[in-house]
Design a protein around this ligand. Structure first.
Ligand SMILES: Nc1ncnc2c1ncn2[C@@H]1O[C@H](COP(=O)(O)OP(=O)(O)OP(=O)(O)O)[C@@H](O)[C@H]1O
Ligand SMILES: [Mg+2]
Length: 248
């Protein structure tokens, strides 16, 4: 059974339908990349899946429980959020908290973990993303790549079953992208389940095992990463791959 399924998700802004009957599934250990042109609905889909936006209709099956996305209740959202985490394009760290403070906040506040225990866990996670020595630094003192690694450590703190990433490297200077992708690659190797909106084709082709290609609010092609890049089914997909290969 899939860890996560979305069935027939619809979302409009005013009269504009931005997500049309989206269905997808994610298995445990999948690293699924969501690709597609600007405006195709990638961010909106992730935001609906994490309830930062409310879908108009559709359902989600998470860990065997089915939820009606059009009528989801607060306690159900809380239940799902306990098992998921989100990494944003712009890191979204608290400026008045240190790297360690950002990582442990969700543990000490929402989970009521004792401070000392949270601190120890936070340091282990910062070490994992290569930032143990900068635990006491504030976001303003860190590079974009370092801030994003703190955000990943924060995402890991609550032991999520899946992490959603929305273009985690696209706000970074080119020389800082690699360090963030390396951390994500290491997580993938450990079996972390991830759903990643990205324009990093190298990551999509060589780290992801599954590609979800969106175009104009629909999923045009959902395929294994290898099939997607070697034998794309759709003409629009072929065109997209050609264009990317030409630009890189
Ligand atoms: N809050 C909003 N209100 C109205 N329209 C919106 C809103 N957010 C997104 N849209 C529209 O929904 C469509 C999908 O946007 P979305 O941000 O999901 O695309 P995307 O695939 O993430 O694009 P990009 O690659 O540029 O990040 C676009 O046409 C966008 O203009
Ligand atoms: Mg987007």
């Amino acid at each position: 059974m899939s860890m996560l399924q979305i069935r027939n998700l619809n979302k409009s802004y005013g009269n504009v339908k931005v997500l049309k009957d989206i269905s997808l599934s994610v298995e445990k250990g999948d690293v699924a990349a969501i690709l597609g042109p600007s405006g195709s609905g990638k961010t909106t889909l992730l935001r609906c899946m994490n309830f930062l936006e409310k879908a108009d209709s559709g359902s989600m099956v998470f860990d065997g429980t089915e939820y009606d996305l059009g009528h989801i209740k607060k306690n159900q959202i809380a239940q799902i959020r306990k098992k998921t985490a989100f990494v944003f394009q712009n890191y979204n760290l608290f400026a008045n908290k240190t790297a360690l403070g950002n990582v442990t906040l969700g543990l000490t506040s929402a989970r009521k973990m004792p401070k000392e225990e949270a601190r120890e866990k936070g340091l282990v996670l910062l070490d994992k993303v290569g930032l143990k020595d900068l635990a006491g630094s504030f976001p303003v003192q860190l590079s974009g790549g370092q801030q994003q690694r703190v955000a990943i450590a924060r995402a890991l703190a609550t032991d999520p079953e899946i992490i959603y990433f929305d273009e985690p490297t696209s706000a970074l200077d080119p020389e800082l992208i690699g360090e963030v992708l390396e951390v994500m690659k290491a997580l993938a190797k450990e079996g972390m389940t991830m759903l990643v909106v990205t324009h990093e084709m190298n990551f999509a082709e060589h780290v992801s095992n599954k590609i979800i290609f969106m175009s104009d609010g629909i999923i045009l092609e959902e395929n294994s990463s290898r099939e997607f890049f070697e034998h794309p089914r759709e003409e629009r997909t072929r065109e997209f791959i050609r264009r990317i290969r030409r630009d890189s």
